[in-house]
Design a protein. Structure first.
Length: 213
């Protein structure tokens, strides 16, 4: 039975597809994995996989898409017995798909970029989390992206996030690095690029996710 990781965020540009593609690519090295892109027709994660496939680097990873919550449920049911991990890349808005991801996932990651605007936008997810918790126990964690931990801004944003969101925060974070957009454009994970810091971040994220699962 596959472990399901949802990546949700109502604000575009927070790093949702970056997180989803790196998770799926690296988890596929630990077992058969499926990346389901729920942000159609934009399909950033699906496009990333197509580039990866053309380069012959897909390995034990496959990809799928879902445009409605019903389609997502059907796709998850189809892949669940065949995969070790399923990563769901959610849409950048509050939608039935977002609600479905919250209920289907064993773990939901909420990427938040290092800005007050992204923290305020993320607060729109809190009522959805409350709704989903009436149906099942949702394990949700915030993940900092474009993070610069040793700055005064990071400290201020951490305090703001604690006040506004109250979500548990992963120890892992993704830094402000060229490696992330580069990997996304080349169908790679950052662990497959020669950036030692990004490699360590990816390894830390995978280890923490596997522990939570």
């Amino acid at each position: 039975m596959a472990k399901i990781i949802g990546v949700i965020q109502v604000k575009g540009g927070a790093g949702r597809s970056t997180v989803s593609t790196n998770l799926a690519g690296e988890l596929s090295k630990h077992g058969p994995s499926v990346l389901i892109d729920c942000d159609m027709p934009q399909g950033t994660a699906a496009s990333w996989f197509a580039v990866r496939q053309q380069a012959g680097k897909e390995g034990a990873l496959s990809a799928d898409t879902a445009s409605t919550h019903r389609e997502l449920i059907e796709k998850v049911q189809f892949h669940q017995e065949r995969a070790a991990y399923i990563v769901l890349d959610g849409p950048p808005r509050i939608a039935e798909l977002t609600r479905a991801i919250l209920i289907l996932a064993d773990l939901c990651l909420v990427p938040v970029g290092a800005s007050a605007a992204e923290i305020w936008a993320t607060s729109d997810l809190l009522p959805l989390l409350e709704e989903a918790n009436k149906v099942t126990t949702v394990k949700a964690r915030m993940l900092w992206t474009r993070h610069r931990p040793r700055t005064n801004l990071a400290k201020d944003l951490s305090e703001l996030a604690a006040r506004e969101l109250g979500l548990p925060v992963l120890s892992s974070s993704l830094g402000l690095r060229v490696a992330y957009p580069q990997a996304l454009g080349e169908g790679l994970t950052v662990a497959e690029l020669p950036d030692a810091s990004a490699v360590l971040e990816a390894a830390s994220l995978i280890t923490e996710v596997q522990t939570l699962l």
